[in-house]
Design a protein around this ligand. Structure first.
Ligand code: 5U1
Length: 750
């Protein structure tokens, strides 16, 4: 075989394999190979195609997402109208339907194909010569929108049919939907980003499919089940509805695994009842069961009334949404301390279940949906997920309706509730003793990277807390061998081992201890950074939010104010103005230079000479974090944690029980030793005995920062021979000026 022939064969083989594995994974939900192996095949195909772009085919598995967003959807005319379904709302209507059909067909019993009615949107897929050439929405039944590029991103829809016996032209019809878990995840993402959420999976599926940019559609894990045919050229593969569905399956199209032939009305009712039982456990929303006459010839004989076939019906389930009233809004505290608003509702039946509580997610969501106590609201439940308030009917709001406010204290333990600026979720700060967070706090405390208490796992913690033996981590150290030995799955030996592990864990490090406290957003790295920065726990506990910030310039002075001030100072010349400097500055009438900022400015840049030497960048106020990973949000969590008396009490008891760490903490001490100039800002100027770069490197290795210009933040100016303007500036700003000898002396002192 030629090289070209081999390449073509390899491309073909890879595409066939990938198609097969897509089918196993996305249609059958039964993968044959691990993801890593799939990725390997895909990468090989991608790199071959990248090297030979002329050999890329539109139905290659790499070509699902089109390159360009559309400017609008083109019209798609249906070759055969897309019909809708008649409904039965109760058993009597269902019986009447069966009765009508039996009479019309002159038979005693009708066989039906039953399958779930998915709550999604109807889509037509057109295959010509086995290749997907068009995807279209239903629209008004005659013309819809061309969503080919979007439909191609749905992984369970084959771009090319498999098997042999597909007809030259096939229009498969079915429902595109978003599984509930994907819907929940999408809404959580939107909520986190502060965006508008989708009301239900159906809206989310429609919104995702009708994206002009198919890349957006590709990010939403849409799925599809085909339930029938539209246009069809060539020989029919079967004479029954179930036979046709089997053919669709054979050609690689997704068909509901729930679809089944049932006999007569009793079969229909039994199927409907059985599926209702399982409705909440299904991974997608359904709103009923569709029954279709099994015999295609009978379907043809029955025909249509206006836009509905006589041979099919949707027997609906109770709606998943209902109207009710918000009686109160309470706040729940989760395992991680998240404080979540929950609506207490007037009990209402939703989808066959009585609902009296619904989540409101967070306070932003409450504001966005504008929920007040007393409001009439739509609640929705789907699957096993917690019911939620979907929207308010503002026109039904009573005069006495009350706005919802976040409690200042945890409803469980009374600790402060904190919501750092910019955060969506409010949290209880009583992490070490709040009963709602007890188990989580203990599991974290004992975990390997915290105090590493071997043998103290989730199950044991569960028992200890449930039996009231342990309420906070300090209680662990009061446990006796007898108490422990009395627990389930705990012998004398394991009890002894656990006590030994507790004892062993007492000798820890400062960083581990900080991490073990479970302060919100303080992970291992942040705990280590804190341990390196703070000499002891007392200092850390006493820190204020501002203490975690490093500031430059003068608070309150903006870029614009700094620039205008410098310009006026330059105009003013060397001689100080007569009278009070503060008055002179106020007289400049510069926005931002006022009674608050002028004293700060003068405190930092004392006199006329210093002020005149300042450049805008010396004056402009900026903030940064002093400790790696600790911005204002994390700082708020740290400060709030230590502000809780109960947290401090637990810490005191832990230390009284013997938890200790080397003081000063070895890492900090070692770092201090190795980096005697940590945090110091140097400027090097003039001619020195060694190359400037070498001195710079040495200073940096000792922890210093070397900058190019002298400012109010400069700690030392290392000045050599013939130093010029920088030396002058340093003097004007009152910065320490040293020579090489001075530097040597400084290092010796440290
Ligand atoms: N499962 C299923 N859903 N569904 C919707 N089958 C089905 N059939 C439909 C529709 C609108 O219509 C055909 C009977 C024409």
């Amino acid at each position: 075989m030629t090289g070209e022939g081999e390449l073509a064969a390899r491309l073909d083989a890879l595409r066939r394999q990938l198609r097969h594995h897509d089918y196993r994974y996305y249609v059958l939900d039964d993968p044959e190979i691990p993801d890593s192996e799939y990725d390997r095949l895909l990468r090989e195909l991608q790199s071959l195609e990248a090297a030979h772009p002329g050999l890329i085919t539109p139905d290659s598995p790499t070509q699902r997402v089109g390159a360009e967003p559309l400017s609008s959807f083109a019209e798609a005319i249906h070759r055969q109208p897309m019909l809708s379904l008649q409904n039965a709302m109760d058993e009597a209507e269902m019986r009447a339907f069966d009765e009508r059909l039996r009479r019309a067909l002159g038979v005693e019993r009708v066989a039906y194909v039953a399958e779930p009615k998915l709550d999604g949107l109807a889509i037509s897929l057109l295959y010509e010569d086995g290749r997907l050439v068009r995807g279209a929405t239903r629209g008004d039944g005659h013309r819809g929108e061309d969503v080919t590029a979007q439909v191609r991103t749905i992984r369970s829809i084959p771009l090319r049919l498999s098997g042999e016996d597909w007809p030259p032209l096939l229009e498969a019809r079915g429902e595109v939907f978003l599984p509930i878990a994907a819907f929940e995840a999408l809404n959580a993402r939107l909520r986190e980003a502060g965006g508008k959420t989708f009301k239900n999976p159906r809206n989310a599926a429609a919104g995702s499919l009708r994206q002009l940019d198919p890349k957006v559609t590709a990010e939403r894990p849409l799925a599809m089940f085909c339930y029938g045919f539209g246009a069809f050229e060539g020989e029919r593969p079967a004479a029954t509805q179930s036979g046709m569905l089997a053919a669709l399956r054979r050609w690689g199209l997704p068909v509901s695994p729930e679809s089944k032939v049932v006999e007569g009305i009793d079969g229909c009712l039994a199927y409907h009842r059985a599926l209702a039982e399982r409705r909440d456990g299904l991974p997608y929303d359904i709103d009923g069961v569709v029954f279709k006459v099994e015999d295609l010839a009978a379907q043809e004989r029955l025909g249509f009334v206006t836009r509905e076939p006589r041979w099919a019906i949707a027997y609906k389930y109770p709606a998943q949404e209902a109207l009710t009233q918000v009686l109160a809004v309470e706040f729940q505290v989760g395992r991680t301390g998240a404080v979540t608003p929950v609506a207490r509702l007037a009990p209402v039946a939703v989808g066959g279940v009585t609902v009296s509580n619904a989540t409101l997610h967070n306070l932003d969501e409450v504001r966005r949906k504008d929920v007040h106590v007393g409001d009439t609201v739509y609640v929705r439940r789907a699957g096993d997920v917690i019911p939620e308030v979907v929207r308010v009917l503002p026109e039904r709001r009573p005069a006495e309706a009350q706005a919802v406010t976040l409690p200042s204290h945890c409803p469980v333990c009374g600790a402060d509730v904190v919501r750092p600026p910019g955060e969506v979720v409010a949290r209880c700060s009583g992490g070490l003793y709040c009963p709602a967070q007890r188990k989580e706090a203990l599991v974290h405390f004992a975990s390997r990277r915290a105090l590493d208490i071997e043998g103290l796992g989730d199950k044991l913690i569960e028992q200890l807390v449930d039996k009231g033996l342990v309420q906070d981590p300090a209680d662990l150290y009061g446990l006796s061998a007898e108490t422990l030995a009395g627990l389930e799955r705990m012998g004398e030996k394991s009890a002894q081992n656990l006590l030994a592990a507790l004892e062993k864990g007492k000798a820890t490090t400062f960083a581990r201890f900080i991490y073990a406290l479970g302060i919100r957003e303080v992970g291992e790295a942040t705990a280590a950074a804190l341990a390196g920065r703070f000499p002891d726990l007392e200092t850390l506990a006493a820190a204020r939010v501002e203490d975690f910030q490093q500031t430059h310039g003068v608070k309150g002075i903006s870029e614009r104010a700094a620039e205008r001030l410098c310009a006026r100072l330059a105009e003013a010349g060397d001689t100080p103005p007569d009278g009070d400097l503060a008055d002179w500055l106020a007289g400049l009438k510069i926005t931002g230079l006022n009674r608050t900022t002028i004293p700060r400015l003068l405190a930092a840049f004392g006199d006329w000479a210093a002020l005149r030497a300042a450049r805008p960048e010396d004056l402009i106020y900026r903030e940064g974090s002093l400790v790696e990973g600790v911005g204002p949000v994390v700082a708020t969590h740290i400060v709030s944690f230590f502000a809780q008396r109960h947290n401090r009490e637990v810490i005191d008891r832990l230390r009284a029980a013997g938890i200790h760490w080397p003081a000063p903490q070895p890492a900090a001490a070692a770092q201090a030793q190795a980096q005697p100039l940590a945090g110091k800002v140097f400027v090097i100027t003039g001619t020195l005995s060694r190359p400037r770069e070498a001195i710079k490197a040495e200073l940096e290795a000792l922890g210093a920062k070397v900058t190019g210009s002298v400012s109010g933040n400069t700690d030392y100016v290392l000045a050599g021979r013939d130093a010029g303007s920088k030396l002058e500036r340093a003097r004007a700003l009152g910065r320490a000026v040293i020579d090489e000898e001075g530097l040597a002396a400084l290092l010796e002192r440290r």
